[in-house]
Design a protein around this ligand. Structure first.
Ligand code: ADP
Ligand code: MG
Length: 474
């Protein structure tokens, strides 16, 4: 099972923070891992935003369990602590995670409780809805109500609405695609909320393709495949976020193929999201690609200026922030690429304003935004290669060559690790840029470096220094 081997090495190996669900309890975060530091920042933001009392009640006891590129998993000591923050301050945790540089999809596990006592005090209807969720949890804030419709997302929004009204009857599968931070996850969650709301029965599953894979691996390891299959094949609606993640993961693709067929035959609704159209997802089996194209493909484009302003104003309204139209226009005209960054800017602005007890004027926004735009500078693989060579005093030609001497292999692995960490490039894309190496080599490099990082202080210092220099160079 070659594909499965590659799957496993990714799920349990790469970057110690990326083993969501892969026996997270046995592998606590190292205290100063990047994810742990980001989580500390998120806690600081929450403390500033909610105040000490609320922080002590709902945040203090949460521990970071795992973090991947797309999701964060936290553990709470009790079931009540696991739900408090999202019930009492919906969206606050997600915003803080995002502002701290972590993904805002979050799962909070209550430790050691049975299903019955998991959610004490929860209204019966909410508890019933939750019981119908299989895997993952929906982000409370990502509903149709909070989604701003504009020319760029109108079509996708209408398709999602239609699917939520009558799952399985229209476009099946519904395939949503669009660039990063344009609202795919939001709409996918909205379908989940709406179907739970409208239908009195039937389970739904919402999860990222990455979680699907780790669940599959866990099932295989524990000899629980029958259970795994049965769980997924019982759902009324299956929403799989970020299916581009399935690329090159043959074993996971195979299992998903069978799940897809079983559900589709029974006219159960399937919703997929991706940052690419099926045809452009390389490393996807033909038969899956073909199925992804069976239903409707709806794209989401970057929002136009008016929609950006409307999104900011809506967000300010939801959060109870005092945001003038001028400031909204100012932000929207400077950040035009993606909604996540737009929201991040607003969150940052309001956090700084409330800490420094100033009101948000255009002048104030300008100064805060200046830092933000500087932080956002994109780092390229070339820049990483150049800095690494510079740091270790080796030549680029050697770094990209087939040489396997120790003085070259080490820096090469560091450069690959940084390319994965600091850019959006996939493993195969990184391999290509390092003298056409295979993606498995890149995965191996990343795993090796993350493992060494835990014990090797000198390596940690070197990598931090390279990173700092990269962030500082224009
Ligand atoms: P994607 O999954 O496409 O990367 P997300 O769904 O995570 O993007 O969206 C990023 C952020 O932007 C989320 O907080 C989401 O609520 C917000 N967002 C995106 N589009 C809209 C919109 N049209 N209206 C309101 N919020 C939006
Ligand atoms: Mg998403």
């Amino acid at each position: 099972m070659p594909g499965f081997a590659a799957d496993v090495s990714h799920a349990s190996g790469f970057d110690h923070d990326s083993s969501i669900n892969a026996a997270p309890m046995n592998r606590p975060q190292t205290v100063d891992s990047p994810a742990e530091r980001a989580w500390q920042r998120a806690r600081d933001i929450l403390l500033a935003k909610l105040g000490q009392a609320a922080f002590d009640l709902g945040v203090k006891s949460l521990r970071l369990c795992a973090a991947t590129d797309t999701a964060v998993q936290l553990v709470a000591p009790t079931a009540a602590a696991a739900t408090w923050i999202q019930t009492n301050h919906p969206g606050a945790l997600e915003d803080a995670l995002r502002a701290a540089g972590l993904p805002s999809t979050v799962d909070i596990l209550g430790e050691g409780r049975t299903q019955g006592e998991l959610f004490p005090g929860e209204p019966a209807a909410a508890a019933a809805r939750r019981a119908r969720m299989r895997f993952g949890s929906l982000v409370p804030r990502y509903t149709f109500d909070t989604f701003v419709v504009g020319g760029s997302n109108q079509f996708a929004h209408a398709a999602c609405k239609a699917v939520a009204m009558q799952p399985g009857n229209h476009y099946n599968p519904l395939f949503l695609y669009g660039g990063v931070g344009l609202g795919k996850t939001h709409l996918a969650n909205a379908i989940g909320h709406e179907t739970l709301e409208r239908q009195s029965q039937g389970r739904i599953a919402y999860l990222s393709a990455e979680t699907f894979m780790t669940q599959l691996i866990n099932a295989l390891r524990r000899d629980k495949m029958e259970e795994f299959k049965a769980t997924f094949r019982r759902v009324q609606v299956l929403i799989l976020d970020d299916v581009q993640f399935l690329a090159n993961r043959e074993r996971t693709q195979e299992e998903f193929f069978h799940t897809f067929n079983a559900l589709h035959e029974q006219r159960r609704q399937i919703v997929l999201t991706s940052d690419k159209i099926p045809k452009d997802i390389t490393g996807l089996e033909e038969r899956l690609r073909n199925r992804f194209e069976w239903g409707l493909i709806a794209d989401i484009q970057p929002p136009d200026m008016e929609t950006r302003v409307a999104i900011l104003e809506k967000k300010a309204e939801i959060e109870g922030l005092d945001l003038s139209h001028d400031v909204a226009v100012f932000l929207a005209s400077h950040i035009d690429s993606n909604v996540r960054e737009l929201e991040g800017a607003l969150t940052r602005l309001s956090a700084v304003a409330s800490l420094s007890k100033t009101s948000i004027t255009v002048e104030f926004a300008r100064s805060v935004l200046k830092d933000l735009l500087r932080d956002r500078r994109t780092i390229t693989i070339e820049a990483i290669q150049a800095s690494v060579c510079d740091h270790y005093g080796i030549r680029i030609g050697d770094l990209l060559s087939q040489k396997r001497t120790r003085d070259i292999v080490g820096p090469r692995q560091v450069a690959m690790y940084l390319a994965r960490k600091l850019t959006a490039a996939s493993f195969p894309a990184i391999g290509e840029r390092f003298g056409n190496r295979d993606h498995s080599t890149v995965i191996h490099a990343c795993t090796t470096v993350s493992e060494k990082l835990i014990e090797d202080g000198a390596l940690r210092a070197a990598i931090e220094q390279i990173e700092r220099r990269l962030q500082a160079t224009p």
